[in-house]
Design a binder for this molecule. Structure first.
Ligand SMILES: Cc1cc2nc3c(=O)[nH]c(=O)nc-3n(C[C@H](O)[C@H](O)[C@H](O)COP(=O)(O)O)c2cc1C
Length: 269
């Protein structure tokens, strides 16, 4: 089976999932396209029916041991045709629990044959001290090798069965913005400082339309998933997470998840 095109499709509010997905993709020597589905309008506009000769590399971060919720249109735009796919999750060095199996299930529901799964580690949204700079050079080599291996062994992988870690039915609930589970996420408090130039980029880029499109300082916390994209994209650095409770809880969490974890790969056999 010849693969003539690869798509790296990802949701990545702070860029680590994007980095890992592209590394898997661009090592293969096959023409590829990047499809960034982080914003709502990108998800709304996206629709692609995959041919059997097209490989989809689909990447999402882990939120509360599951995929981020409320990602309207992320999966509905993907139409597999028994086309091969690689499921890729990126987590902040704590745990990925049921996220990878969830991604595999969601892709199979969309008509893909999932030939491989991978869990990579990315710098944690809440702290540069947790997996800072990851995926790093060593992770990127692993990601590139995965892409090469998948393309080289495509026929065999397509005939195999893939098993990944995780529970199905799922045991983890995932992150719920209406009922934040962990102290850190609960304690976040995103403020807009006087440096705000009212450019509106934060509202435009928010994956959940949680920022008021007229008053950029107003955030609907029932929609906000604490992804910190607004902090990341603000050109004036006017969005900040300012919270004493968060600052108190963070060092405890940092210590808890400090031991380096390594990427895990699963191939169909
Ligand atoms: C709301 C929320 C929940 C998270 N839950 C987990 C988790 O359960 N396990 C983990 O290891 N990392 C968790 N993380 C960290 C992210 O998975 C990690 O930083 C990832 O690299 C972010 O991807 P991105 O850079 O593509 O946005 C969470 C982050 C957020 C914002």
């Amino acid at each position: 089976m010849i693969i003539d095109k690869i798509y790296a499709i990802y949701f990545s509010p702070t860029g680590t999932t994007e980095k890992a997905a592209i590394a898997v993709t661009d090592s293969t020597g096959i023409p590829y396209e990047k499809i960034d589905l982080t914003t709502r309008h990108a998800r709304h506009d996206f629709k692609h029916t995959f041919k059997k000769s097209e490989l989809a590399i689909v990447g999402l971060p882990v939120y509360g041991g599951r995929l981020p919720g409320k990602l309207d249109n992320f999966f509905t735009g993907l139409h597999g045709n028994s086309s091969p796919a690689i499921a890729l999750v990126v987590y902040g060095n704590r745990a990925y629990e049921d996220a990878l199996i969830e991604l595999k299930v969601r892709l199979e529901e969309r008509g893909f044959t999932v030939i491989a799964g991978a869990a990579f580690i990315g710098e944690h949204t809440f702290s540069k001290k947790i997996a800072g700079g990851r995926p790093d050079a060593a992770d990127i080599i692993i990601a590139k090798n995965l892409g090469k291996k998948a393309v080289k062994n495509m026929d065999k992988l397509m005939q195999g069965t893939l098993h990944v870690k995780g529970d199905y039915p799922y045991l983890k609930e995932g992150f719920n913005s209406r009922k934040p589970f962990g102290p850190l996420a609960t304690f976040t408090n995103i403020v807009t400082t006087e440096d705000c130039t009212r450019c509106g980029l934060c509202a435009e880029e928010c994956p959940w339309e949680a920022i008021d499109s007229e008053d950029y300082a107003t955030i609907d916390y029932t929609k906000c998933m604490r992804c910190f994209r607004c902090i990341r994209v603000c050109p004036a650095e006017a969005k900040k997470n300012i919270s004493e409770k968060f600052d108190e809880a963070l060092p405890v969490f940092e210590k808890m998840v400090s031991a380096r974890k390594e990427p895990e790969l699963f191939l169909a056999e």
